[in-house]
Design a protein around this ligand. Structure first.
Ligand SMILES: [Zn+2]
Length: 511
């Protein structure tokens, strides 16, 4: 029988001998969101590439029978703040094969890549140039460190958050951002909501710069409020206007988390702008809670809780425990970089809030992105090489469960979209956000011959998140195999710690 199969394959593809495949995935339900393929196929992999998607079984140095499983392109997370070995391993078990720091970005970009190329990473990684890093440097004189901790360490300084940058100072900010692009940054990360009093002209100039360089921008919108003036609605209006006027390809970060209860009006506005040709793209994560530093500008100023729709202090949790006003004020004053979770929508109990979340998550053509990454025990980062993830580690559950939760809730339980469309939102759509300026991304998010062998094999009947707000340190289940550049990183559901196949995703001009 085996003999017959080999002969059949050779007859089909005489150039490639059967044993030339490093790895074969036979009998899976292969889904390719670009071509629309959704059928039982057999996938041959060689040298990190998909060599064949065949109607007949193949044979390779290692041949796996993946009957009953979906075989899909690995997931691309446009919003991964972790960028560590640990965060990458946790995300690999959630189906992610590429995780990029685009909302924040960092500076200096070259140092970000050097560190990771030296150390290795389990999944593909990359960063945008960070506008906030440039702004903090321009106001404080501190030299940036290429991580987000450096950004959080400046939450106590109000100058960069609340002052206009003009003339020479604005030029210094733009110059640093430009330098980050010269070093291969994937676009410009704009944490605008953290410096809400920065200038409109500055935001316009940053996007004009990106448009001139042909790279996208990734914005956390100005404001977190349902009350005008300084509402989220106005924050998104600004983005639409600046994208239209500069021609920048502008990505809306976490539509779900900063639209509060105005999401329907905001989503309508974005969809209309897209239809009119404004180059906007959207992402969301499937939780009704966000996470950030307690000292963030959006949690300060007169009436900030009313502006968030009347949110209570108990909606803020630290290590799973709700805060009260005294503790909140104390932490904000003394340790403004402290990471908290903020529950802004009650999707468990309120139908209207669930509808708001659905609007973001199911936004047509929108990507799923986690906004997760950091893991701490007792307020200190978990060691990068720690494995398994310590059971007491704290994070927003999105750091571990975003993609499996999205598949479980929206594709399996509620059948709100097809498996094909769900996989497009997790792989193809995010790849498309970058591929115009990052040629590497044209080979991701697709399951076709010639594409990168970043592949997930999961059981649609059991794929599930396990991370909860009370116990976030639980990796997802159901991903039987996860391949990164053709290397098996998750093998029969077990993460292998002896390999770091992740590659840098970087703009071609500097490669
Ligand atoms: Zn954000």
């Amino acid at each position: 029988m085996k003999q017959t199969l080999v002969v059949a394959v050779l007859a089909l593809a005489p150039v490639v001998g059967a044993q030339d495949y490093d790895l074969v995935l036979n009998n899976g339900r292969v889904i390719d969101p670009e071509s629309g393929l959704d059928a039982v196929r057999h996938v041959g992999i060689r040298n990190g590439r998909i060599e064949a998607v065949s109607e007949r079984p193949l044979q390779g140095a290692r041949t796996l029978d993946v009957s009953g499983h979906i075989v899909a392109p690995g997931f691309v997370d446009l919003h991964g703040h972790g960028q560590s070995i640990l965060a990458g391993r946790v995300q690999a078990l959630d189906g992610v094969t590429t995780s990029l720091e685009l909302e924040g970005g960092v500076l200096p970009v070259a140092a970000f890549y050097e560190k990771r190329e030296r150390e290795g990473r389990p999944i593909h990684y990359g960063t945008a140039a960070g506008w906030a890093h440039a702004r903090i440097a321009a106001f404080t004189g501190d030299e940036p460190r290429p991580d987000l901790d450096w950004f959080f360490s400046h939450f106590g300084d109000r100058g960069w958050q609340e002052t206009l940058a003009e003339g020479e100072r604005l030029e210094r900010i733009l110059k640093r951002v430009s330098q980050g692009l010269d070093e291969g940054g994937l676009g410009v990360g704009v944490l605008l909501g953290y410096a809400p009093k920065s200038g409109r002209k500055e935001y316009h100039a940053v996007n004009a710069l990106a448009a001139a360089r042909g790279v996208p921008t990734f914005t956390h919108a100005r404001y977190l409020s349902v009350t005008e003036p300084t509402s989220s609605f106005e924050g998104y209006q600004e983005m639409v206007a600046v994208a239209a006027a500069t021609g920048a390809r502008m990505h809306v970060c976490h539509l779900n988390s900063i639209s509060v209860t105005d999401v329907e009006a905001i989503a309508d506005m974005i969809a209309k702008a897209q239809a009119a040709g404004v180059k906007l793209t959207v992402e969301a994560y499937p939780y009704g809670a966000g996470a950030t530093g307690i000292g963030a500008a959006m949690f300060r100023g007169d009436g900030w809780r009313e502006r968030m729709g009347g949110i209570d202090y108990s909606a803020f949790t630290l290590a799973g425990q709700p805060l009260d006003r005294q503790r909140f004020d104390e932490l904000q004053a003394k340790a403004p970089g402290t990471g908290i979770v903020v529950h802004f929508l009650d999707v468990e109990h309120r139908e209207d809030h669930r509808r708001f979340l659905d609007r973001s998550v199911l936004f047509p053509g929108g990507a799923i992105a986690s906004d997760g990454g950091h893991w701490e025990v007792d307020g200190k980062p978990v060691a990068d090489d720690a494995w398994p993830l310590p059971a007491t580690a704290q994070s927003h559950p999105r750091s571990a469960g975003t993609f499996a939760r999205f598949l479980r809730v929206y594709a399996r339980e509620r059948q709100a979209l097809s498996w094909l469309e769900a996989i497009a939102k997790a792989s193809l759509y995010p790849a498309r956000v970058l591929e115009e300026s990052v040629p590497q991304m044209r080979k991701k998010g697709r399951l076709q011959a010639g594409m990168d062998a970043d592949i997930v094999v999961f059981d649609p009947a059991t794929v599930s998140d396990r991370a909860t707000f009370a116990r976030p340190a639980q990796t997802s289940v159901g991903f039987r195999y996860v391949l990164v550049s053709g290397q098996v990183l998750v093998d029969a559901g077990v993460l292998l710690t002896d390999r770091l196949p992740g590659q840098p995703i970087r703009r071609d001009s500097v490669r």
